[in-house]
Design a binder for this molecule. Sequence first.
Ligand code: SAH
Length: 366
Amino acid sequence: MTGAEQLIERLERERRLSLSEYEALILAGRGETGADLRAAAAARAARVRDENYGNRVFVRGIVEFTNICQNDCYYCGIRRSNQEVARYRLTGDDILRCCEAGYGLGMRTFVLQGGEDGWYDDDRMAAIVRRVKGEFPDCAVTLSLGERSRDSYQRLFDAGADRYLLRHETADRAHYRKLHPASMSWEHRMACLCVLRGIGYAVGLGMMVGSPFQTARDLAEDLKLIETFQPDMCGIGPFIPHRDTPFRDQPAGTLEETLYLLSLIRLLCPDVLLPATTALGTIDPRGREKGVAAGANVVMPNLSPGRVRHQYELYDNKICMDDEPVMCRNCLDLRMRTVGCRIVVDRGDRRRADSAERKQTETEPE
Ligand code: SAH
C-alpha cells in the first residue's frame, strides 16, 4: 500500500484525519497518477455505502420555485445582476402540482429550492410547507432557500419542514470572499447552519468542486468541516461556469475530483445522505451513475414545470431541461441499475450508522 492508500484505510477506520493529511490525499488523487488511489477510494466508499444503505438509492424531487434572488454570488446564473434571465415565481398551486406528479412516480421527498426571494416571507412559505405536508403526510419536505433568520427557520420547521440544505460553499473564509460580494459573509452562513441544526432540522451542507481560486488546502478544510459538523446530507458537485456571470471564463471542476471527493466524504461520514448531483450529470453523460458507484446514494430529479426550467439555469448546459418527470424517473432507474443499484420508494431518512453501538459504548451524553 502506498502512503496515500494507508491514509484512506485510516480514514475509513477512524473517520478523521488531520488537515494536512486531507490536503495530501487530495493532491495524491489528482491527475493520471492519482487514478489508482481514486479507484481504491471509490471501491471502499461503495462498500461502506452498501453496509449502511444497501444498493438502495433515494430520490428527491426538486421543485425550483423561484429564480428571483437578492444575492449576487459570482458563480451563479440566477444572481441578481444577471439581466439576461426572465424571472419567475411559482404559486402554492403550481408547487403542489409538481409534488403530485412526483408522488405518483414514487418520490417521497420534495426539495423546495429557490433564490433568496423576499416575496416568500414566513407566512407565505409556511403556508406552502403546510400544504405540501398536509397533502403528502408520508413525505419529507426539504427546504433550500438560503439564509434566513432564526425565527424564520423556526417557523418553517414548525410548519412541518423536515430538512434544510444550505451549502457552505467553501470552508475557507478568504476563499469565500473570492466567490461572493462583500454583502455576504462566511460567518453568517456558518451561523445559519448551526441554528438549523439547533432547531432540529436534518441539515445538509456542501461545496462546489473546482470553484474558482479553490486550492487543495481549501478542499481539505471542507473535509475537516464535514468531519466535525457531521451533516445529515452533503451536496457536492463540480463548479460549472455560466455565460452571464463574472466566472464565465473559469474552468469547470473535473469529474475525477468530484467523484474522489464523494468517496472521501462517504468514508468519513458512512451514513451521510450523499447526492450524485445534476451538475455531475452535466459534466459527464454518466456522471450520476459514476457518482453512485463512488459512494453516493441520492439522486435529485427535477420536478419544476417545463415552462420555467430553462430559467433556473445556475450553470451552462444543465441536463434534463426538456424531460417530463416520468422520463427522468425511468431514466434514472435504468442508470442506477448499470452500477448495481436501484431507486426506491422511501423518504430516505438518514440511518444512523453507529447509534446503537454508541449507546452501548458511550456513557457520556452526546
Ligand atoms: N439560494 C439557495 C439555493 C442555492 S442554488 C442557497 O443559497 O442555498 C444551490 C447550489 O447550486 C448552490 O449552493 C451552489 O453550490 C450551486 N451552484 C450555483 N451556481 C453553480 C455553478 N455555476 N456551478 C455549479 N454549482 C452551482
